[in-house]
Design a protein around this ligand. Structure first.
Ligand SMILES: [Zn+2]
Length: 354
């Protein structure tokens, strides 16, 4: 008896997945026909993304090899397990980046981020750069029509940004210095505007600051041509900022970033820190100035809010796609670009385009 396996499976072609099989080794594998468990959904993947964590896994600096890369993606439901009643065939869904067990005390209380067996797609469990994925329905989110396919691969970053602003308890009119004009930083700057705060975005890359300016971020600081501290001092009329966000990967020094914050202010370090490289800072000045520092790794609890923010037009991500590649180009892209985490803001993968 095979109550978990759908009949239609037998007629499907084998699933294809990229698999990082060793350090700097990746291959496209046929994975056979995968059964769809009762609580799971089979998705025809349409879009995925390649990002710094994928490069770190490819280089053997993070994650658990072998693993299918791809922390997140979107696609169309092609089949549902008999208990996966939240979705139906044809639904557009977003998947990723965290996978909770669904059974532990934290999961049952709805605090998925605190799951005792939390995994990350593309890092320590198979990710989403595959033509078909079978995933538990609790890791999936229905996409409204107003959220485009390419916007959906930024949902996790936007959700993390919302979690950062929640953590900072940002109020209207407050200055938020954002260090790092990467995908997280630029989305965060837009979210700060959306919540009527005043973002000041700092980076060494003028081209990225220009993108942010076109998206409405009016205070940008080019750290090559000017001193960020002096600029923040001037913009805030000598007060310095109420809060600061250090968005990884960031080429600006962490220690100096805290100097942008006023005494008694708040700071958050966010992004993927799994490379094993030390992020060090002298705590003494932070203690003296009573800066409240905290850390946000992901924003899974805010994924529905992020989806709604995209749907309402509150944030925009298309200019953050530096490059779009085909599914067949994943191996070449990783081999050519893994050593430069700053080359692309974000790389979109057209999974449905071979
Ligand atoms: Zn759990």
């Amino acid at each position: 008896m095979e109550p978990n396996v759908s009949r239609r499976e037998e007629t499907d072609s084998p699933m294809k997945a990229w698999n990082i099989t060793g350090v700097r080794e990746i291959m496209l594998e046929d994975r056979g026909a995968a059964p769809v468990p009762d609580d799971s959904v089979k998705i025809k993947m349409l879009k995925g993304a390649l990002d710094t964590p994928d490069s770190l896994v490819f280089k053997g600096q993070a994650g658990a090899i072998p693993v299918v890369p791809g922390r997140q993606g979107m696609g169309i439901v092609s089949e549902t397990g008999k208990n996966a009643v939240r979705f139906k065939r044809g639904d557009r869904v977003y998947a990723g980046p965290l996978s909770a067990c669904g059974d532990c005390a934290a999961c049952k209380a709805g605090r998925l981020r605190e799951c005792a067996a939390l995994g990350q797609y593309g890092i320590d469990r198979d990710g989403l750069l595959c033509d078909f994925a079978v995933l538990p329905q609790r890791d999936l989110y229905l996409l409204p029509n107003k959220v485009t396919d390419s916007e959906s691969v930024f949902i996790e970053r936007a959700a993390a940004g919302i979690s950062v602003l929640d953590r900072l308890n940002t109020e209207k009119g407050e200055y938020v210095v954002i260090m790092g004009a990467n995908a997280t930083g630029i989305l965060l700057a837009q979210l700060a505007l959306y919540y009527q705060a005043v973002p000041i975005l700092v980076d060494v890359r003028r081209d990225r600051l220009d993108i942010a300016e076109k998206l409405g971020v009016y205070y940008t600081v080019d750290a090559v041509s000017s001193d960020p501290l002096k600029k923040v001092f001037s913009i805030t009329c000598g007060q310095m900022a109420e809060s600061m966000v250090y968005a990884l990967p960031c080429s600006l020094p962490l220690s100096r970033a805290f100097e942008c914050v006023m005494p008694g202010g708040r700071a958050v370090v966010t992004g993927f820190a799994g490379s094993g490289e030390a992020l060090s800072v002298n705590l003494a000045p932070l203690i003296d100035r009573q800066i409240a520092v905290s850390f946000v790794a992901a924003g899974v609890e805010n994924i529905p809010t992020a989806i709604n923010t995209f749907a309402s037009g509150g944030i925009e991500s298309d200019p953050l796609v530096t490059e779009t590649i085909r599914f067949s180009e994943v191996d070449k892209f990783l081999a050519d670009n893994a050593d430069d985490p700053f080359k692309n803001i974000y790389t979109l993968v057209d999974i449905d385009r071979l």
